[in-house]
Design a protein around this ligand. Sequence first.
Ligand code: GCW
Length: 685
Amino acid sequence: AAEDGLSAWLRYAPIPHAKHYHDKLPSAVVTLNATEGLPVYTAGEELVDGINGIFGKELSVGDDCERDSVVTVGTVAAYAKNGGCVDELPDLIEDGYHLRIDGGNVLILGQNERGALYGAFQYLARLAQGQVTDDTLTSNPEVPVRWVNQWDNMRDGGTHGSVERGYGGDSIFFWDGVVREDLTRAGQYARLLASIGLNAVVVNNVNANETILTPSNMDGLARIADAFRPYGIQLGLSLRFDSPQLLGDLDTFDPLDDDVVAWWQEKTDELYRRIPDMAGYLVKANSEGQPGPLTYNRTLAEGANLFAHALEPHGGIIMFRAFVYDHRSLDQDADWKADRANAAVDFFEGLDPDFEDNVVIQIKYGPIDFQVREPVSPLFAHLRETGSAVELQITQEYLGQQAHLVYLAPMWRELLDFDLRADGEDSTLASIVSGQRFNQKLAGYAGVVNVGHNTTWLGSHLAMSNLYAYGQLAWDSSSDPVEMLEAWTKMTFSHDQEVIDVITKLSMESWPAYEDYTGNLGVQTLTDILLGHYGPNPGSQDGNPWGQWTRADADSIGMDRTVWNGTGFAGQYPDEVYEKYENIETTPDNLLLWFHHVPYTHVLKSNKTVIQHFYDAHYRGSAVAQTFVPLWESIRGKVDEERYEHVLYRLVYQAGHSLVWRDSVTNFYLNKSGIPDEAGRVGNY
Ligand code: GCW
């Protein structure tokens, strides 16, 4: 049964009335120009396994595509070479595919090998959901960059490989400072990611260790790349900026120093000798104590271009993170205008034209740090020549660490649909990170996933819907949260309508409930800032240099980010958005405390006071969490026992912990403000 966790939505479990479909399915699979270890070959294997698992029908493997009742899979080029012709040649871009289902005759063509595999997974996903109908479709990815980041440590204090902000066990890649011998899990992970259209994994933590570049670790990385390759997943690497000094024998890591430039070129060449299809690099510089170009008074662009130049001859790209801020320079008491949220735009202002073509700026969705509610980062509206990628977090660092169910697709949907109104024109986040709004070639998505070695990958079965949804959105940003959930549930758990309805209800209610019982009105997730970002601790937000402040005192709360009186952050947005947030009247309630500092008695658009909203929301959200348990119990027997119990355990925990959240947060503000709850609940539980 542990298998059920490992194969996630790729279980290929038998569907109801499987036999009934046999004569509508192919009887043989033909792969065109397949080489073992490459995606087209893998596609053939998946088709055989999938159709066998879902329908109990065994396909023969042949090479005669003229026969009837055959599923043919390959690249467009291989198909044309074999004399095949499609009536209209599909218009495919890189990684795209064409799928034609005509009863048992199925044609799956990819623009490249990876596309062919994506097409095979798409066909299988339909079958696994019981859709055995004729169709013809062409699907192209919206963006080229569909990456996953893993914050895996090679060595962390002790000896093994932990995962920073990972809640599913130890690293699947590293152990004791080196790459694991057994990389079975790396291959299984690549399979899952390929099935949802993702194309690269950065395997090590952005807080990188220079020893990733020792010759033996580079050999190890090549083995990881070998495990990924059958699935078309490319390997990416996080780098530590001062490696030339720490690992090489240089006395500088100045990005403009000739020896430093040569050192990075040599390392990059060595990597590409081992991994010719390496995707590229990811760099976190000058942030949270990480080294970077600012040490030498070089710009962030000069820092990014150092890697861009080294990668360019190999066709690699550099994802350069915009998460740049100095946690040591923020002083809350001294300065009303100090604001970590300003950092990204401040640091990147003016650099847009300076980045090389193979640089992508990777920007967290909000200006602070993966909070339960943040406005979209204004930096997305500033980069016009340089492409950007939005960084989403699948691992639920501030969102319950997989001990709480929080389905994130509705939040991502809102963020992607948000219109930044750049130059007064339609500028949704989705249109910017697709490269379409500003006409950029390289752009896309980076998801911090942080799976681990346990058999559920993320530590919770239900949390896997977030990974599934992330892949779907990166492929097609218009994907609908409910539809994704239903498809995922059918493939992961059951076709039973009650199971689908229950999981959909739980999941769709989970983010609003979590926001209600953790942090309201844009005040952020009121978690413990200093200790692991888990559990309630509103007091810990303030009085430290981390800058996730609420500025709560006895009378008032919120960050004044206006231009006229506050930190000026609102002014980083294009005019229409700036005006909306600058003005308290037009700021939506759910971001009020993000942009304004108000008395607890301030009356919201909902006609409640801020403090009463806090109280009510915490009671409402935690009450919703209580309903998750009986809802789940209502499908006992319809889900296998092991997964049923695993999920139940977590939902019971969440229900209890939501009460802890409710009581901690409401009591904290009762004590601070002295304003009682109108309903008389707070302090009297
Ligand atoms: O959210 C914070 C995390 C850090 C992380 C950092 C980052 C890898 O708490 O653990 O470091 O962001 O994104 O760089």
